[in-house]
Design a binder for this molecule. Structure first.
Ligand SMILES: Nc1ncnc2c1ncn2[C@@H]1O[C@H](COP(=O)(O)OP(=O)(O)OP(=O)(O)O)[C@@H](O)[C@H]1O
Ligand SMILES: [Mg+2]
Length: 229
C-alpha cells in the first residue's frame, strides 16, 4: 500500500452556529493514506456526519487544518471547493439523494456534466459503472422505481463515475437488509482492492466495522479510538 497521506486533519473543531451552539467536532486529528478502507462509528449525535461533510468539503471547519493532497482546503474559495467535490471526491448520502424522476442513467451521468465530457462519453462511462454495480438491466428505471438496495447502488455508481480518489459514504448499508448490505460492502472492498480507491464509511453495524481495515470511533465529538484491524 502507498503511504502517501491523501487526507490530513489536524486539530479540527466544528461548531454549529445559531441560537443553540453545538460543538459537533473537537480536536479531531488523523490522516488517511491512499488505498485505506476506514470505518467511522460512534453513537448517534457524536459527529460522524459532520466529519464526513467536512471531509467532503461541504462544511468548513471552525478551526484547525484540513489538507487534501497536501493542499489546505480552508484556503480554497467556494468555486475551488466545488471543483474538488466534482473531481476528487465521491459522496454517498445516507438517504441516496437521487433525482426521483430521472433514470438511473441520468442520475449517474449528472456529475460528468461538470467535467466537459461529450454526451456519448458520459453515457458510455455511466453504463460502465452501472454495470459494475450490477444494474445494467435497470439503467432506464426512474430512481423512484428502484428498490432501496438498487437506489443505494445507483448512489454509489454516481459517486464513483468521475473516478474520484476518495469515496465518502455516510451509512451506505444503514437502510438495507443483511444480504444487500454485505453486497454493497463487497463492492466497496473491490474498489479498494482493484482501483486503490480510498474509502471512509460511516456505520452503526459492528459487522460492517469488522470488514474495514481500520476503525475510527467517535464519541461526544472526539476521537475515542483509531485502530488498524
Ligand atoms: N445543522 C445543525 N445545527 C445545529 N446542530 C446540529 C446541526 N446538525 C447536527 N447538529 C448537532 O451536531 C451533533 C453532531 O451531529 P451529526 O449529524 O454529525 O451526528 P452523527 O454522529 O452523524 O449522528 P447519527 O448517527 O444520528 O447520524 C449533534 O448533537 C447534532 O444535534
Ligand atoms: Mg449521521
Amino acid at each position: 500500500m502507498n503511504s502517501r497521506p491523501i487526507v490530513a486533519l489536524d486539530a479540527i473543531n466544528f461548531e454549529y452556529g445559531g441560537a443553540r451552539k453545538v460543538a459537533a467536532l473537537t480536536d479531531i486529528t488523523f490522516s488517511v493514506s491512499q488505498g485505506e478502507f476506514v470505518s467511522i462509528s460512534g453513537p448517534s449525535g457524536s459527529g460522524k456526519s459532520t466529519l464526513m461533510n467536512i471531509l467532503g468539503c461541504m462544511l468548513t471547519p471552525t478551526s484547525g487544518s484540513y489538507q487534501l493532497n497536501n493542499e489546505e482546503v480552508s484556503r480554497k474559495n467556494s468555486r475551488e471547493k466545488a471543483d474538488i467535490r466534482n473531481t476528487q471526491i465521491g459522496f454517498v448520502f445516507q438517504n441516496y439523494n437521487l433525482l426521483p424522476r430521472a433514470s438511473a442513467l441520468q442520475n449517474v451521468c449528472l456529475p460528468l456534466t461538470y467535467g466537459g465530457f461529450k454526451r456519448r462519453t458520459r453515457k458510455e462511462r455511466a453504463i460502465e459503472v452501472l454495470t459494475k454495480v450490477g444494474l445494467e438491466k435497470r439503467i432506464h428505471h426512474h430512481s423512484n422505481e428502484l428498490s432501496g438496495g438498487e437506489q443505494q447502488r445507483v448512489a454509489i455508481a454516481r459517486a464513483i463515475v468521475t473516478n474520484p480518489q476518495i469515496l465518502l459514504a455516510d451509512e451506505p448499508t444503514g437502510n438495507l437488509d443483511r444480504a444487500t448490505g454485505d453486497n454493497i460492502m463487497d463492492m466497496l472492498e473491490n474498489l479498494v482492492a482493484q482501483e486503490q480507491m480510498t474509502i471512509l464509511f460511516v456505520t452503526h453495524d459492528p459487522d460492517m466495522v469488522k470488514r474495514a481495515k481500520r476503525s475510527i470511533k467517535i464519541r461526544d465529538s472526539r476521537i475515542a479510538g483509531d485502530e488498524a484491524q
